[in-house]
Design a protein around this ligand. Structure first.
Ligand code: VGL
Ligand code: ZN
Length: 201
């Protein structure tokens, strides 16, 4: 077992690194999350601790087609970001990428807020990604969620992990918030706490 501050890793734990991509983590990115670049070394420390303990490290990547109702220009919410195959969709160059699955979400134009599921923004139809079965096959019981953004994809991933019955921890210093509305970050943390997610400094 290894620890990074208050988070423990062992071989029944998975670290899920959510959307540490240029569009979110680089100030030049299409949907830059303020301070996003600051988390990269902290996330890397968790990746090291997880690896040393034999924990699974899984990454997610928001991966949109050029046109999708996920984008404001096509009737949705967000500025264009993480278009498949572009610089903005690449994992941040300073992120440590170790052996482990990389799960792409939103590939068919769905909203892919949670790493575990995607949802058609028009019909509302939901579909699972491969992340759930990957964790199940690996015998995972504890999940640590990190990355971007804390009030969107990190939140939805953590909530889904709770729904699936995992013990979930969010080291909150390893995320940053979009704050589409002021206060969204604080509300997200409260919602996660209420859902039984352990929040670590
Ligand atoms: C995200 C907004 C839109 C995220 C993805 O990764 O948090 N936010 N798509
Ligand atoms: Zn997106």
């Amino acid at each position: 077992m290894t620890t990074t501050d208050d988070v423990r890793y062992d071989d029944t734990t998975a670290l899920i690194v959510v959307d540490v991509q240029n569009d979110f983590a680089d100030p030049e990115g299409g949907l830059y999350v303020s301070g996003g670049e600051e988390i990269v070394p902290l996330v890397n420390a968790h990746i090291d601790a997880a690896r040393q303990a034999g924990a699974l490290v899984a990454y997610t990547q928001d991966w949109h087609p050029p046109e999708t109702p996920h984008f404001e220009k096509d009737g949705g919410t967000w500025p264009v970001h993480c278009v498949r195959g572009t610089w903005g969709a690449e994992l941040h160059p300073a992120l440590k990428v170790v052996d482990g699955p990389v799960v792409k979400k939103g590939v068919d134009g769905e909203d892919g807020y949670s790493g575990f599921s995607v949802r058609d923004p028009v019909s509302g139809e939901e579909d699972a990604t491969e992340l759930g079965s990957l964790l199940e096959e690996a015998g995972v019981r504890h999940v640590v969620v990190t990355g971007l953004a804390g009030d969107v994809c990190v939140k939805e991933t953590a909530l889904d992990a709770r729904r699936l019955g995992y013990d979930v921890t969010l080291p909150v210093d390893t995320t940053r918030f979009v704050e589409l509305e002021p206060g969204d970050g604080e509300r997200a943390v409260e919602e996660l706490r209420a859902a039984g997610v352990t929040i670590r400094p």
